[in-house]
Design a protein around this ligand. Structure first.
Ligand SMILES: NC(=O)C1=CN([C@@H]2O[C@H](COP(=O)(O)OP(=O)(O)OC[C@H]3O[C@@H](n4cnc5c(N)ncnc54)[C@H](O)[C@@H]3O)[C@@H](O)[C@H]2O)C=CC1
Ligand SMILES: CC(C)CC(=O)C(=O)O
Ligand SMILES: [Mg+2]
Length: 366
């Protein structure tokens, strides 16, 4: 298979972890005989510095010609005082909107060997494997107007029925392939947009009689994520709630550096990025956990290219590195050896190559 991938490293640790993901994709390409052509382009703070725009036209052109987008993270203190039009985060919101990437899938899976590394280990009595389905192109992050007067600000939360329907359908479809349960998170006791959200979920559920449906208010959901994480399968929610709840859920896995994501639309085109940001506090130190970025590349293989076997090989390789007793500084566990970003990445590639050699030995005997 031949694919072109737009790689937008962005800022801070985004640069380090996307390099890891690209190395892993190259290794997968060699092992399974695929050609992944990498096309790099600017986004975020670095794009502002070099072009005056957080999402330059040239970047959009590169992405338009690609089969998928791999992104690191944007932002950092250097740009914190820029006027809002020149914020790196604007570039990220704009690229999601431009490509209509309404469904942000954020799997939260605790690696069994690393459950001791979670501050919530007492609650992790059963396996945790949930999928947060976050609406990504509507809600507060896209509200207008933004500023009323010098002494007042306003953010608007707008959702159309159609926008809610398509994300809710996506959640039901995913639940069918998983454990068959959808938890819809809203604030329907207060917000009109949440009342509409709940109405749509109630309507849609009659088309999915095989799926168990529950509604939870977002404040209670935040509590239940910590106390009963294994009770969730698919969580569907609006943009802001999903952003906050997924960072919270990352704690279950031991670190924010463990959570990958895909942002997709109906035709399968997608943008793949870790859930975390540019982590300016550790940027440039070669200590960021590359797991989230590498697992995001695995999601690309599965969701945009339909390469299920290859995606599983990447996931297996990352898990094996933890199983073999290695980790990065953010997710330490007694007895595990802490590796740098690059050394951890090399271990993942060693695992992939080891699997490759054993595949060949097996096929020699068949
Ligand atoms: N998707 C994106 O591009 C996002 C960008 N941001 C931007 O990133 C900048 C920093 O934001 P923060 O609130 O600090 O959130 P952050 O997610 O960058 O960092 C939060 C904490 O998690 C740690 N962390 C994050 N990723 C890690 C990794 N791979 N390995 C080990 N530790 C990791 C950081 O060191 C920090 O202590 C801001 O400019 C923000 O706007 C924030 C979230 C998402
Ligand atoms: C610009 C922000 C909305 C990025 C973020 O925190 C996210 O998408 O998780
Ligand atoms: Mg976030």
């Amino acid at each position: 298979m031949k694919k072109t991938i737009a790689v937008l490293q962005g800022d801070g640790v985004g640069k380090e972890v996307t390099k890891s993901a690209v190395k892993v994709l190259e290794s997968i390409g060699k092992r399974f005989d695929h050609s992944f052509r990498i096309q790099s382009a600017l986004i975020g703070g670095e794009a502002i510095d070099q072009t005056g725009e957080p999402l330059p036209k040239e970047t959009l052109a590169v992405c338009e010609k690609s089969d998928a987008i791999l992104l690191g993270a944007v932002g950092g203190p250097k740009w914190d005082h820029n006027p809002s039009a020149l914020r790196p985060e604007k570039g990220l919101l704009a690229i999601r909107k431009h490509f209509g990437l309404f469904a942000n899938l954020r799997p939260v899976k605790a690696v069994p060997e690393m459950m001791d590394a979670s501050p919530l280990k007492e609650h992790l009595v059963k396996e945790v494997d949930m999928m947060i389905v976050r609406e990504l192109t509507g809600g507060l992050y896209f509200g207008e107007p933004k500023r009323k007067t010098a002494n007042g600000a306003v953010d608007t939360l707008t959702y159309s029925r159609k926008e809610i329907e398509r994300i809710v359908e996506k959640a039901f479809e995913l639940a069918r392939l998983r454990k068959g349960k959808v938890t819809s998170v809203d604030k329907a006791n207060v917000l009109e947009s949440s009342k509409l959200w709940r109405e749509v979920v109630e309507e849609k559920k009659s088309y999915y009689p095989d799926i168990e449906v529950e509604h939870i208010l977002v404040d209670a959901a935040a509590m239940k994520l910590i106390t009963q994480p294994s009770s969730f399968d698919v969580i569907v929610t609006e943009n802001l709630f999903g952003d906050i709840l997924s960072d919270e859920a990352s704690v279950i896995t031991g670190s924010l550096g463990m959570l990958p994501s895909s942002s997709i639309r109906e035709d399968g085109f997608g943008l793949y990025e870790p859930v975390h940001g540019s982590a300016p506090d550790i940027a440039g130190l070669n200590i960021a956990n590359p797991s989230a970025a590498i697992l995001s590349a695995a999601m690309m293989l599965k969701y945009s290219f339909g390469l299920e076997k290859e995606a599983a090989a990447v996931e297996e390789a990352v898990y094996s590195v933890y199983k073999d007793g290695y980790c990065t500084t953010d997710i330490q566990k007694t007895g595990h050896r802490v590796l740098s970003t690059t050394a951890f990445t090399d271990k993942v590639i060693e695992e992939l190559e080891r699997e490759f050699v054993s595949d060949h030995i097996m096929s020699a005997y068949v």
